[in-house]
Write a protein that binds this ligand. Structure first.
Ligand SMILES: Cc1cc2nc3c(=O)[nH]c(=O)nc-3n(C[C@H](O)[C@H](O)[C@H](O)COP(=O)(O)O)c2cc1C
Length: 158
């Protein structure tokens, strides 16, 4: 019996990584960003799961080679930018020595919120390899591009 195994991976894409994409989202933008990131990582050959911060699988997280952690930008547009729902993000188990890529979504001005989240995760021992806020109106372009950049930076793309 023949069985379809899907299209071959594009030449040069040789990822065999386990990737977990965690999102904290109120109105769906960061969840959508997470899905785009997960989709791009999957196309690159990674084994991917996308999960809300409130529904994690600890074993899966322990086995991950790369973890994306995302939330939304909370601020006063011009100032006071910080990671939204930081309390929930902090409930993620400490990602000690894990390679972590931070992403956020924002409307107009993210300030330094992504770097702030990176600092929080680094203080808990994560090896943060990238931090970026994505414009909520351009997620379909910016999120996969970010994922591809991160995968390349960790040597996951040939
Ligand atoms: C209380 C509050 C504060 C916000 N502050 C900012 C801000 O300072 N800068 C900005 O660009 N967007 C700001 N936003 C917009 C959100 O960051 C943006 O809509 C984000 O994509 C929401 O993500 P979510 O759909 O995953 O909840 C704010 C939204 C809320 C609800």
């Amino acid at each position: 019996m023949t069985r379809s195994v899907g299209p071959p991976l594009p030449v040069g894409h040789t990822v065999a990584m386990k990737v977990v994409v965690i999102h904290q989202s109120r109105t769906g933008n960061t969840r959508r960003a997470a899905e785009f990131i997960g989709g791009a990582a999957e196309v690159a050959g990674a084994t991917v799961t996308v999960r809300p911060a409130t529904n994690l699988d600890y074993k899966e997280l322990a086995e991950a080679d790369l973890v994306f952690v995302g939330t939304w930008v909370d601020g006063l547009i011009l100032l006071g930018h910080r990671p939204g729902d930081l309390g929930k993000v902090k409930q993620i188990p400490k990602l000690w020595d894990k390679r972590v890529a931070v992403f956020m979504t924002h409307a107009v001005n993210p300030g330094q919120a992504a770097n702030k989240l990176a600092a929080v995760l680094e203080a808990d021992g994560a090896d943060v390899v990238a931090a970026r806020s994505l414009n909520r109106r351009h997620l379909a372009v910016e999120a996969p591009a970010f994922a591809t950049e991160v995968l390349a930076s960790v040597g996951a793309l040939a």
